[in-house]
Design a protein around this ligand. Structure first.
Ligand code: PMP
Length: 399
């Protein structure tokens, strides 16, 4: 009669479960295209040169004191301006920013804030498909989600008409979660023109835009280009909340460093909002970790290091783009009769290949290539040594 005998065993995480299966596989040819973490061309995790330098600079001055509840002030300031640049709300000092436990923590805290204070709705619209964790984060914060049309399986691109229709037909003041760039899992982003159309309807309907920005710089290699949507909405005075992660663009996955910002109408309002964000954060985790915020603020606050970092991000983005090209070219060379051009059109960490669940299963069982069952592959897991092997296997299972 144990206390917990009625606790059922839960299913493994859809993405992290694949890493487990990959680890168990003894085949030397095995390839992990499941989890979205950058690897260099030899398949190894990377410490960015700018980050390495920042670490050596902060080592002497680093103690292990608590940060304030809202984190390192220098970090939130630099992180917020990386997202907004000189957009008007930031110039007017009316953006409330708080350091977060990476992007996930920013989403969780942001949803808690919406749940407690947003006067108009309990429902968050999310793209279909979206990063799996969005649904659970929204539910755990006491909100509900509803999917909006986004991806078109026929064109393997954006279904802009259906998307705009849904924004237009949603009740006024709805909450829409938008991927700022490098949509996960599809790699399909709106063009700048399409963002203008989206912004226009969002403004007319007075919807709140919640931007999940987990990949700034990682999509195009250019941090300004990837922040286009956020800055457009900010300058047009759409209400927005932005969740930033520094996991991918700084390679600081395990340091859990992120930033949550809420655009307000006035400096006074942003002070009030920040006070409430702190009240929400305090009983959840008290205060955020210090190391990642020190690294990011050292890099962004130092002209030389920031220059180096911009090169580092572009290097990662470019390698991913070159792997998209290599995979597509090889599939053609191997004689695949399918059109794989969407792989090069898509952007960011992932390609949404269109592989069916039975293809994915066969890739794992027969070829030791691990990916999620929706056909998403982490392009960062490809390199010059394994891309041909992967192309061969994909050609075989889809023949
Ligand atoms: N949003 C999206 C769309 C993501 O892909 C990720 C990372 N997989 C995150 C948020 C958050 O990641 P983290 O908590 O590691 O910053």
């Amino acid at each position: 009669n144990s206390l917990w005998k009625s606790v059922p065993k839960g299913p493994p995480d859809a993405i992290l479960g694949i890493s487990e299966a990959f680890k168990r596989d003894k085949n030397p040819r095995k390839v992990n295209l499941g989890v979205g973490a950058y690897r260099d061309d030899s398949g190894k995790p990377v410490i960015l040169p700018s980050v390495q330098k920042a670490k050596s600079l902060i080592i002497k001055s680093s103690d292990h004191e608590y940060l304030p509840i809202d984190g390192l002030a220098k970090f939130t300031q630099l992180a917020t301006s990386l997202a907004y640049s000189n957009a008007s709300p930031l110039k007017d000092h009316r953006v409330a920013s708080i350091q977060s436990i990476s992007g996930t923590g920013a989403l969780r805290l942001g949803m808690a804030f919406i749940q407690r204070f947003y006067p108009h709705s309990r429902r968050v619209y999310i793209p279909n498909p979206t990063w799996g964790n969005h649904k659970t984060i929204i539910q755990h914060a006491g909100l509900e989600f509803q999917e909006y049309p986004y991806y078109d399986p026929v064109t393997k691109g954006l279904n802009i008409e259906a998307f705009l229709n849904e924004i237009d037909s949603a009740p006024k003041n709805s909450v829409f979660l938008l991927h700022a760039c490098a949509h996960n899992p599809t790699g399909v982003d709106p063009s700048e023109d399409q963002w203008k159309q989206i912004q226009d309807v969002m403004a007319r309907k007075q919807h709140l835009a919640v931007f999940d920005m987990a990949y700034q710089g990682f999509a195009s290699g250019d941090v300004d280009k990837d922040a286009y949507a956020v800055r457009l909405f900010a300058n047009e005075e759409n209400p927005i909340i932005v969740m930033q992660s520094f996991a991918k663009n700084f390679g600081l996955y395990g340091e859990r460093i992120g930033n949550l910002s809420v655009v307000c109408d006035s400096k006074q309002e942003s002070d009030r909002v920040l006070s409430q964000l702190k009240i929400l954060a305090r009983p959840m985790y008290s205060n955020p970790p210090i190391y990642g915020s020190r690294i990011v603020s050292e890099v962004l606050g130092n002209e030389e290091l920031k220059k180096q970092w911009l090169v580092d991000v572009k290097t990662m983005a470019d390698r991913i783009i070159s792997m998209r090209n290599a995979l597509t070219t090889l599939l053609k060379e191997k004689g695949s009769l399918h059109d794989w051009s969407h792989i090069t059109k898509q952007i960011g960490m992932f390609a949404y290949t269109g592989l069916h669940p039975e293809h994915c299963q066969e890739l794992m069982d027969k070829h030791h290539i691990y990916l999620t069952m929706d056909g998403r592959i982490s392009v960062a897991g490809l390199n010059q040594r394994n891309v041909e092997y992967v192309a061969d296997a994909i050609e075989t299972v889809t023949r």
